[in-house]
Ligand binder design. Structure first.
Ligand SMILES: [Zn+2]
Length: 555
């Protein structure tokens, strides 16, 4: 979708959002408006790791310290909130996720995160029965390894309940689609259709498409007309940031935004409907238009900011299409898929680099990561940029050479934080040995590489407590441990989920830790994650979430 994007208009609109805050600042009195005291505070500030109380004014932190010191600052109008010994951490930063598009899907599509093909059939049928004839029925968050049937859903399963209108279900990983016969027919996909480059039409023993389309084969589908309005995007943003804030997320990076989703974030901000701050990366398809308008990384304000440019090199971990140097377990000829090769990546990356954009490349397998590092290396030599903070999105399967090169170029790792726990049953495709080099948070920390917490939602659940547990225990839902060598401490995982995420968006001076001068973005937990059984961190309740000094969620 094309949108006329005017830089002056954009920056102007964002400016409006901050005026209220600035006005308040100029007339603030000397005593804080709020004090949170009697708390067990993790600050993510190495200079003052723990504290008991925190003073806030006009959305920002003015002081952090002991109960006595902070309560001493109170004036007659100061609201004092006794946290009753509960734990406070900085708000969590989900450094790679897809909030606007998933919010929209929560409004419009069938949530197929269900445990049987039968349940999915029923949900699709219910949606189809209420749709107009000819309408596409869309589903999302389907997970082929989480249904009791132990196989993936086929065109025939979908035909059974919806023969007359096209159905398209996307995997929660987002790289594969499952469609019915009507959708194949409308898209002219038959047994004679060749596989496209970087994609696969999965076929049965007779060569008939089964309804499963992988990677670039999903582009063969004739899609439903885009009827989403600006208001739909705004509503989706409102919904998803509310959902995420309930789990303690206060900032989210949209890893594949465009002018339309960026407008959705701005509209939600203008309507005071944003419950989390947004760093909106822009997919490479939209980069020429953005560059032509003079837009670049960092534009905007502290609520909605333009992020880096996003490219994609290889496939997905949850859908087992990542490009690996060693084949998938049990599939000796399958090394995964390269979606965009180096020359292609380079052609976009160099443009963005010259126009002063941060660049993030989706790379999961060690082959994909190495190719992406080659691109970073080449563009930084050809057209050096100060502090480029290149990002490897996912950066899942690593090796020593990758670590060495990432450290040398100060490349940020954005690995999946909830996968070991949530997607454990898929890990047999990678094998125990390889898991020692996957989601390698311990290796990143030990090698001095900035590593963030990410969900990639919808592919992974976004709950930060699940991310903590997964990183600390490396244990899946069935109790199996994967890559114990990559375990980190709770304190380390907290920093990964807070201050490191701020660094990845050049915002470490304004958020990510609880210290004077930064925004009052924080979470109150009902238990201290360092004190509970690590296998129960996921059960810790979020009591309240504050963004910009305002409670956006209270249980
Ligand atoms: Zn993603």
């Amino acid at each position: 979708m094309k949108r006329n994007f005017n830089r002056r208009q954009f920056v102007g609109t964002l400016g409006m959002g901050t005026m209220g805050i600035m006005a308040l600042n100029s007339c603030s009195s000397s005593s804080p408006d709020t004090i949170l005291h009697n708390a067990n505070i993790f600050t993510s500030n190495p200079g003052q790791a723990k504290a008991q109380a925190i003073a806030l004014s006009n959305g920002k932190i003015v002081a952090v310290g002991s109960n006595d010191d902070i309560l001493n600052l109170a004036g007659s109008a100061t609201q004092k909130i006794n946290i009753a010994g509960k734990t406070i951490t900085p708000g969590f930063i989900d450094a790679h996720s897809h909030p606007a598009s998933s919010g929209l899907r929560h409004l419009r599509s069938v949530d197929c995160d269900l445990r049987s093909i039968k349940a999915i059939q029923e949900a699709i049928k219910a949606k189809a029965d209420n749709a107009s004839p000819g309408d596409w029925v869309l589903g999302f968050k389907y997970d082929d390894t989480k249904t009791i049937e132990g196989r993936y859903i086929t065109r025939y399963d979908l035909d059974e309940v919806t023969p007359d209108r096209p159905v398209r279900i996307t995997h929660r990983g987002g790289h594969t689609a499952y469609v019915n016969s009507k959708a194949l027919e409308l898209s002219n996909i038959t047994k004679d259709t060749p596989d496209p480059a970087g994609g696969q039409i999965v076929r049965d023993e007779n060569g008939e498409p089964t309804g499963l389309l992988k990677e670039n084969a999903t582009d063969l589908l004739s899609n439903p007309p885009n009827t989403n309005t600006d208001k739909d995007w705004q509503d989706g943003v409102k919904l998803i940031t509310e959902m995420m804030s309930k789990s303690g997320v206060t900032s989210v990076t949209d890893a594949y935004g465009n002018a339309t989703s960026l407008k959705g974030y701005r509209d939600a901000m203008a309507a005071d409907e944003l419950s989390a701050r947004i760093y909106c990366m822009i997919g490479y398809h939209g980069i020429d238009e953005m560059i032509a308008q003079g837009v670049k990384t960092g534009d905007g304000n502290d609520w909605v900011r333009v992020g880096g440019m996003k490219l994609t090199c290889d496939g997905s971990i949850s859908e087992r299409t990542a490009r690996l140097s060693e084949a998938y377990i049990g599939r000796p000829d399958d090394f995964g898929i390269v979606v965009m090769d180096e020359e292609d990546l380079y052609s976009y990356a160099i443009k963005a680099q010259k126009a002063n954009w941060q660049i993030g490349i989706h790379a999961n397998g060690d082959v994909g990561i190495t190719k992406s590092l080659n691109v970073f290396d080449r563009i930084q030599k050809e057209s050096p940029r100060t502090d480029p903070r290149f990002r490897l999105e996912h950066c899942t399967v690593i090796n020593d050479d990758i670590l060495r090169r990432m450290k040398a170029m100060n490349v940020i790792a954005n690995p999946f934080s909830t996968y070991v726990y949530w997607h454990g049953e898929k890990m047999v495709n990678y094998g125990e040995k390889r898991l020692e080099s996957m989601f390698a948070v311990r290796s990143f920390i030990d090698n001095g590489i900035t590593v963030t917490q990410t969900s990639d939602y919808p592919p992974g659940p976004y709950e930060p407590m699940m991310a903590l547990q997964s990183s600390v225990t490396r244990t899946d839902m069935s109790g199996k441990v994967w890559g114990a060598n990559q375990k980190v401490t709770v304190e380390e995982a907290l920093k990964v989920g807070t201050i490191n995420g701020a660094y990845a968006s050049y915002e470490e001076d304004i958020k990510g830790s609880l210290e004077a001068g930064k925004y009052a973005d924080l979470v109150v937990l009902d238990e201290d994650p360092t004190q509970v059984d690590p296998n129960t961190i996921v059960d810790i309740k979020i009591e309240r979430t504050m963004v910009n000094g305002r409670w956006v969620y209270e249980s």
